[in-house]
Design a protein around this ligand. Structure first.
Ligand code: COA
Ligand code: AMP
Length: 628
């Protein structure tokens, strides 16, 4: 039996023992007496009687073990032309002081803190400082607009917001502070205070009585020790897109998260203490939480925090330069980044001159990786390119190829095989398991493993309805797919209103709500159209109210601005058409699936329930128009 099969068999035979053994990788204030506490929560609770502190596990314990001089974090910012290195001891010093600064301002265990920051070391310090206090952080991605931030502030009700004066996108400064001011003005809930990191590229004006300088507050504070918390105490809330405009607050608990992430670093990525991991994501996404911050630090690695883009900062060789310069062993990125690099530098000329001898593998996730792109990167680098499937909800890989268990042969187009801990099945609409090779709904048999959500922030009923109610006994992943004869899992795409734009998870339902709010719009539909670089991009179809007779160009420009101002630039909403009517079933349901097929030029069957098939021709003609 190979390493993977042996690990799966060991887990399946004794999940309790397998997870308790994994829990020994963590330093506990009080060790848990069991792994799964059945009868609690919707499907049990992990390590419920254990006590720990995640920040202690990420920093202090490595220092106590004699590794204080090891590099914990390297900030590499081609966009500002700066680099900074922090040993475990140096990072702990900053984090402990920042925790002290938060504590004297009234932040304690269970309080929420919103972090709205670009890719700077202080963002990582902010997350860890919250963890140190048992406060619950909620990081909001910088590409979101003020109303999105306001919605998160109202849901999380933070005591404080930590932010920066600005973020830096190629050719443009992102004015974080005015966005935050607007969000606080819009929100019902008002945070008591804000700490603002003043960056030299743009200084923000501070609101007296509410805002303080981040660095002065941090440097002037006394270091704070780690506060032990229950394993089930939330470490963070991370909002993600659902089917409506109201974001879902995924709750991550301290204990299960620490155990699963620590285990995953060896098992999934094949990394050991001292190794360098470069995850080119953003701390605003789950990949950034898990593999820029917590996973690498829990396991004693060196993590790279990259402020830049795969192309254009300054060129498509940036990833390779970073891998060579910092001795990266594993690089983790999104397929969209590889497609962007491939477009700019298909021959890999920019690889030349970079010593990649220490690079052992590349991992991709966040969206489906087309086999062409995976094979191109693998050929170029001469290293395996490993696709693995996961979600904000799980916090770590549901499927993978497991370097730490011997790396089984890769099958391009699949996300690998289920991680030990995940019982993945394919169900039909009636909830019956389908045979191998047959497409259906991907689901996970309960209980979900450690680190996975077991509620939504202050919305347990929404959690139940959204994830558990459809297939009793299973978690519905909202992804369609199949498991092939050899057990490889193939993920075909979402079955709800979520689309993946450049690896960013977005809700078409939310975009529709924004378009429908335009005074001239009677009804609308937004679908994800295939895009060669970003995977998918949204395209909107709107029907104008009777009597509105404005040029299409003008309305479309307003709709684009509206989505940018309500959701943010990250929605990449740049395409909309005015159409006379939308295709619907007789009961009035818009046929979004058919519209998407038309947009992608795929063959489609005329649905028998449609009133007038000519409508589909109108949609095809509208979408074929390149100019509005
Ligand atoms: N803060 C503020 N704005 C942001 C932002 C951030 N953190 N990230 C992106 N944006 C903005 C961009 O500036 C852009 O604005 P614009 O409309 O003014 O040009 C908009 O959001 C869309 O950005 P993006 O989708 O990133 O497109 P792009 O054309 O700028 O870049 C890629 C394309 C492929 C290079 C880029 O999408 C990329 O690096 N993708 C990788 C994503 C990734 O790592 N995801 C992690 C998931 S695991
Ligand atoms: P997020 O919560 O932002 O990580 O997005 C999760 C969604 O991204 C999943 O439900 C999938 O639709 C998609 N996804 C993530 N990883 C993969 C992968 N390796 N292959 C296919 N789709 C993926």
């Amino acid at each position: 039996m190979d390493g993977y099969e042996a690990a799966r068999a060991a887990w399946a035979a004794d999940p309790e023992g397998w997870w308790l053994e994994a829990a020994r990788g963590i330093s506990w204030h009080r060790a848990p007496s069991r792994a799964l506490f059945e009868g609690r929560g919707p499907f049990g609770q992990w390590f419920a009687d254990g006590w720990l502190n995640t920040c202690h596990n990420a920093l202090d314990r490595h220092i106590e073990a004699g590794f204080g001089d090891r590099l914990a974090l390297i900030h590499d910012s081609p966009i500002t032309g700066t680099k900074a290195r922090f040993t475990y001891a140096a990072l702990r010093e900053k984090v402990a002081k920042l925790a002290g600064a938060l504590a004297v301002r009234g932040v304690g265990k269970g309080d929420r803190v919103v972090i709205y920051m670009p890719m700077v070391p202080e963002a990582v310090m902010a997350m860890l400082a919250c963890a140190r206090l048992g406060a619950i952080h909620s990081v909001v991605f910088g590409g979101f607009a003020a109303p999105e931030l306001a919605a998160r502030i109202d849901d999380a009700e933070p005591v404080a917001v930590l932010t920066a004066s600005c973020g830096l996108e190629p050719g443009r400064i992102v004015h974080y502070k005015p966005l935050l001011d607007a969000a606080i003005a819009q929100a019902r809930h008002k945070p008591r205070f804000c700490l603002v990191l003043q960056r030299e590229q743009e200084r923000a004006s501070l609101t007296p009585g509410r805002d303080e300088d981040f660095l002065s507050a941090m440097e002037g504070a006394a270091p704070h020790p780690c506060v032990p918390v229950e394993a089930t105490h939330p470490l963070y809330i991370l909002y993600t897109s659902g089917t409506t405009g109201k974001p879902k607050g995924i709750v991550r608990e301290n204990g299960g998260h620490a155990v699963a992430l620590h285990r995953s670093i060896g098992m999934v990525y094949g990394l050991s203490p001292g190794d360098v991991m470069f995850t080119a994501s953003d701390v605003g996404w789950v990949v950034g939480h898990s593999y820029i911050v917590y996973g690498p630090l829990l396991a004693g690695l060196t993590s790279i925090l990259f402020e830049g883009k795969p192309v254009g900062t300054p060129d498509a060789g940036t990833y390779w330069r970073i891998c060579a310069e910092h001795g990266v062993k594993v690089l983790f990125t999104a397929p969209t980044a590889l497609r962007a690099i491939k477009k700019e530098d298909p021959e890999g000329r920019l690889l030349q001159g970079h010593d990649l001898s220490r690079l052992e593998a590349m991992f991709v996730a966040g969206e489906r990786c087309d086999p062409d792109t995976a094979q191109w990167a693998a050929r170029l680098l001469g290293r395996p390119v490993i696709d693995h499937w996961w979600q904000t909800e799980t916090g770590w890989a549901i499927t993978g190829a497991f370097r730490g268990l011997g790396l089984f042969p890769l099958r391009p187009g699949s996300g690998g095989k289920p991680s030990p801990g995940f019982d993945v099945v394919v169900l039909d609409a009636a909830g019956r398991e389908v045979p191998r090779g047959v497409m259906g709904q991907l689901a996970i048999r309960l209980p979900l493993p450690p680190s996975c959500l077991n509620t939504l922030w202050r919305a347990p009923e929404r959690f139940h309805q959204g994830y558990l109610a459809t297939f009793p006994g299973f978690y519905d992943t909202a992804d369609a797919g199949m498991i092939d004869e050899e057990g490889y899992v193939h993920i075909m795409g979402r079955t709800d209103d979520v689309i993946n734009v450049a690896g960013h998870r977005l809700s078409t339902g939310e975009m529709e709500e924004v378009l429908a709010g335009h005074p001239d719009v009677a009804e609308c539909a937004v679908v994800g159209r295939a895009d060669p670089i970003k995977g998918q991009v949204p395209v909107g179809l709107v029907v104008l109210k009777a009597g509105v007779n404005r040029p299409e160009q003008e309305v479309v420009a307003e709709l684009i601005t509206r989505v940018r101002e309500h959701i943010g630039p990250v929605a990449a909403f740049r395409e909309a058409r005015v159409v006379p009517r939308l295709p619907k079933t007789r009961s009035g349901k818009i046929l979004r699936g058919t519209i998407r097929k038309i947009a992608d030029g795929e063959p489609y069957a005329v649905p028998p329930t449609i009133d007038d098939p000519a409508i589909l021709q109108e949609i095809a003609q509208a979408l074929a128009r390149t100019e509005v």
